[in-house]
Design a protein around this ligand. Structure first.
Ligand code: GUN
Length: 297
């Protein structure tokens, strides 16, 4: 029987444990606060940001919501970041990506105070992650580490294959899995759009992380029997539903499930974990900034 890895359940456990940490902070007079900044009218980005805010409220994190007109000059976003950096009442800052083309996304990431960079995307935080001394682990790969742990899959000594080399998922996932640390010690291959024989690589994977953003590109033929398959894809494809679309992953679920030992569904796999780890980083940031020791899950 293939194990279905339940991201909603694991995320819920993490949120419960974070609630205790938030109480510890409250006892010390600290109110964790996350600012989300959205400069986009993409419906998916709007949905993600509003879900992140709802999650904050549920666990007792205050959410500050900043909306910037996507046609506004880039300076409006840069100035907003400067203000949030200077605001002692804000512990974490998340600028939802992607930003409009006329905004320099590298400048956005550089501009966020690395202590408030709960995405872990600032170059200083990327450097620390690569060096094995992460301040804030990026939310999606960190959530995947937690999912693997929950499924009893220790990456040590295993062949992990990541499909996708994004700054948000593929690269930090590779870095976490090769760390000489708990949840790491895997042998990692990163595949991408120029990889020669993709299926030959993915069939070698004991742990296969699909993060290419291409609907259902990984099918059962590409999966080794018994592999753990982690599907990061959240693709809206046209469908005859009320909303006019349905969500599918980067993995062809049914055929991959027939081969896999364990697999994450879409939705209900990686997505809830990304959101839970954002709360985790916000609580961690608050503890660091207030110099209060908090126990994190
Ligand atoms: N866009 C897609 N994923 C993410 C994420 O994890 N953080 C931010 N800031 N933007 C995103």
């Amino acid at each position: 029987m293939t194990e279905i890895i339940d991201g909603n359940a694991v995320a819920s456990e993490i949120r419960t444990e974070l609630t205790d940490a938030i109480e510890t902070l409250a006892d010390a007079g600290e109110q964790p606060t996350l600012a989300t900044v959205l400069m986009s009218d993409d419906p998916a980005s709007e949905t993600y940001v509003s879900m992140k805010q709802d999650d904050c409220e549920e666990v007792g994190i205050e959410a500050v919501d900043v909306d910037i007109d996507p046609d506004a000059p880039a300076e409006e976003l840069y100035d907003t970041i400067d203000e949030l950096n200077a605001d002692d009442g804000v512990n974490g800052i998340l600028v939802q990506m992607p930003v409009p083309d006329h905004v320099d996304d590298r400048e956005v990431l550089r501009r966020i105070d690395p202590e408030k960079d709960v995405d872990g995307f600032h170059p200083e935080n990327v450097g620390r992650l690569v060096a094995g001394n992460a301040r804030y682990k990026p939310c999606t790969p960190h959530g995947i580490q937690k999912l693997l742990d929950s499924a009893g899959v220790d990456p040590e000594g295993k062949d992990a294959v990541i499909v996708g080399r994004s700054d948000i998922v593929g690269k930090p996932m590779a870095n976490l899995l090769i760390q000489k640390a708990e949840g790491g010690n895997a042998t990692v291959t990163v595949c991408h759009s120029r990889t020669g024989d993709l299926a030959a690589k993915t069939r070698e994977a004991d742990i296969l992380v699909a993060a290419a953003g291409v609907p259902e590109m990984i099918d059962g033929d590409m999966v080794q029997e018994g592999a753990t398959v982690i599907d990061v894809g959240v693709n809206r494809v046209d469908a005859d539903t009320e909303k006019g679309y349905e969500l599918v992953g980067d993995v062809d679920y049914e055929s991959a499930k027939a081969q896999a030992g364990a697999i994450t569904p879409v939705p209900g796999g990686v997505g809830p974990m990304t959101r839970a780890m954002l709360l985790y980083n916000t609580v961690k940031a608050t503890g660091r900034q207030a110099d209060v020791d908090v126990t994190l899950p």
